[in-house]
Design a protein around this ligand. Sequence first.
Ligand code: NAP
Ligand code: COA
Length: 263
Amino acid sequence: MNDAFKDGVLAGKTVFVAGGSSGINLGIAEHFARHGAKIGLISRSADKIEVAAAGIRAAGGTAMGIAADVRDYAAVEAALAATQAAYGDIDIVISGAAGNFVAPALGMSANGFKTVIDIDLIGTFNVLRACYAFLRRPGASLISITAGQAVNPTMMQSHVCAAKAGINMLTKCLAMEWGPEGVRVNAVTPGPIADTEGMRRLGSTPEIEKRIKASVPLRDYGTKRDIADVALFLCTDNAKYITGAIIDCDGGSGLGDSSARLG
Ligand code: NAP
Ligand code: COA
């Protein structure tokens, strides 16, 4: 590990990131590695997850990539066990694996709807349920990456709305069940985040991008760093009395479309 990372606020901590090969979740992993954490990463693609882990190591951090699909409980459990064996009891879990495509309900098959429920909602249950045995208790901090669709009904997103709503409720139920053991369970709701697969799918043309930015109260996309900073806060003692919270980091977009000008 780079000497500069040893004094970081997460020095000595073990982190497990599900869906960590790209985008927001990899941004969190990279940020946490810079603060001294040792990171176990999973995603479906053996190639992509190894490139992600190698990137963290090349920057001076400590990371290992393991191919595991969050729909496969045994594979998730094995990856958690490997992370604990390599780096020690797990202090922090980020559950952010997700799939999305834009389609009306009548334009998706039962399997299309189920696929997103399986990755986002069942996958999050699998990660959180399986991680419990490997956690440092008391003290662990678990964070799911949800989305505004959880609370805002959105056309062409019935599958994601249903899955992410389930994640928000799972967050609150597990916070109640696991709080007495000193395990905090929270979620972060990113707004539209620049340079991500999610926004490539949802804001796919310059015209759509312009319209989305004009509708956000803070008038811009957020950055991966914005989400990583909120996740980092939730993993420190500064947030030691916060559990069951769904924290919006969305430029105000969850408040509604603010493109109408006053006066
Ligand atoms: P992304 O780069 O596509 O991230 C998704 C990650 O999940 C990838 O690492 C992908 O890697 C992994 N993954 C997908 N299916 C998986 C499975 N079955 N098992 C294990 N890993 C799987 O997209 P992103 O836009 O950064 O989104 C990250 C998270 O933020 C998601 O939870 C998303 O809903 C949420 N979010 C994003 C935005 C945004 O503006 N982008 C806004 C709100 C919420 P592999 O392909 O290698 O499996
Ligand atoms: N419109 C309608 N249905 C679609 C679709 C689309 N654009 N894309 C996929 N589907 C359907 C497929 O037709 C299939 O249903 P069927 O068997 O009845 O034909 C079902 O979804 C599963 O597709 P498949 O490609 O086998 O799933 P997968 O598990 O390989 O991939 C996805 C999952 C579909 C979510 C894929 O988009 C993915 O891997 N996404 C990960 C990256 C991502 O979405 N990032 C953004 C996160 S916010």
